[in-house]
Design a protein around this ligand. Sequence first.
Ligand code: ASN
Ligand code: ZN
Ligand code: CA
Length: 340
Amino acid sequence: QHIHTAGGDGKSLYSGTVGIDTTPATGGFTLTDPARGNGYTADANNKTDSILCQLFGLGCPVPTRFTDADNHWGTGVNTDRASAAVDAHYGAAKTFDYFKLIHGRNGIFNDGKGVPSRVHYGTNYVNAFWDGKQMTYGDGDGVVAGPLVSIDVAGHEMSHGVTTATANLTYSGESGGLNEATSDIFGTLVEFSANNTADPGDYYIGEEILKDRPALRYMDKPSKDGQSKDCWYSGIGNIDVHYSSGVANHFAYLLAEGTGPKTFGGLPHDSTTCNGTTLQGIGKDKVGKIWYRALTTYMTTGTTYAQARTATLNAATDLYGASSPERTAVAAAWSGVSVN
Ligand code: ASN
Ligand code: ZN
Ligand code: CA
């Protein structure tokens, strides 16, 4: 009989009770994942990074490690500090697994190493971010948003690390929109890949977190957020990257699912093209393969929307052939978002 000392479980905030990998430590166990390059999750203790810390790494607060006596973590409510940590630890693990199992990428930097995550950053902090080395999650303000530790946000933020390590899309202009969309696309694919009944995949971003609206962003029709764009236009590079991303999010949704009404995770979706065409999807798995190959093989720092079209067409040719229905579908989906 094997004794799985590292196999714990936890009551998360958004994903129900989940299995998590931990490490034996003084006092029981700690949130270090030996199955994924020893990535760990720690408590930021509501501190924030000073400007000196942000710019030069000087005087940064040191997060404290979590310990648990019996390896059953959290209570599923945020009054207990370990519950948000369960979500973050689970999100980091599922993101690691997605890139490894689907794309053969061994960690964000493809070096086999896990990354640190810290939860409870600041006070009423309504954001989460990747700073190049680690993940950070705020608790939200409790009015607009709860803790920003959902799996799609975890996947979004850590995918910024993958983008930086590969195409390194500049975070402004059209390349910035493509950078943001890359994170929404992979964040969503991570959410689907986890196959979690409490938080199923849905092409919405942050639906578990937002309290005053259904979600932060919507890939089926990005303009549902009131600011993102569904269709490319000359000058889209001048808007916030979280809104210019809408064009590529819309492309990815149309390529995966096509036009027409659908339901994912109990949430309504209805996508239409900018040119009036009706499209059939090729499925989200192929979209992930095409986007990852385009990102890692053809996109560079200054890639524009027109160049992203070419990059994904090249990727589809590599993966499925020059005369494949997949390549034809990529062309039609870009035309459907006015990238011709
Ligand atoms: N949550 C934001 C994002 O990932 C923060 C940032 O890094 N821009 O887009
Ligand atoms: Zn982002
Ligand atoms: Ca989602």
